[in-house]
Design a protein around this ligand. Sequence first.
Ligand code: 5GP
Length: 173
Amino acid sequence: MVIGKPLLSAEEIQHKVKELADRITMDYKNKNLLAVGILKGAFMFFSDLVRHIRVPMSIDFIIASSYVKTDTTGEVKVYYDLRADVRDRDVLLVEDIVDTGITLNFIRERVLAKGPASLKVCALLDKKDRRVVDIPIDYRGFIIPNEYVVGYGLDYDDQYRNLPYISIFKKSV
Ligand code: 5GP
């Protein structure tokens, strides 16, 4: 198994995170922001993002997955659900990567059914070419090629999440 040289360096990521947080800060003045991190993959992005957001807010999490190793099963399982009451809240879903769009679409529909005041999506990475379900991404970090990536929260078999940068992962050379 091989981790290539960084596709996105720690510096590039941090610069983008700050940029996204600044836009969110502008858009959520006088709103009732509830940021929801989709775990586990978004844990690093989420914690970096929220520390740059400068409006009053609360946070919650959803733990969901549709992936086994490097493949999507197409079936989303929720292991931990939102605890916060989303009525009258301006919910911002924060995701590490949108690939087929199945996971985020499932979670989006689930949260929308609870009747939030508004619902937007922030995703650090967008693997656009793989999209199966068309999903609106209001705050997008980077569009990346159709490769399996690890680092900055993203795993292969629960490894590599701690890397501060993002690299393409190859099973063999
Ligand atoms: P989707 O449902 O959009 O196909 O997949 C979204 C989820 O699949 C992400 O939250 C992430 O957990 C996982 N995923 C998709 N592509 C990648 C990738 O390139 N690397 C890693 N580590 N996870 C991915």
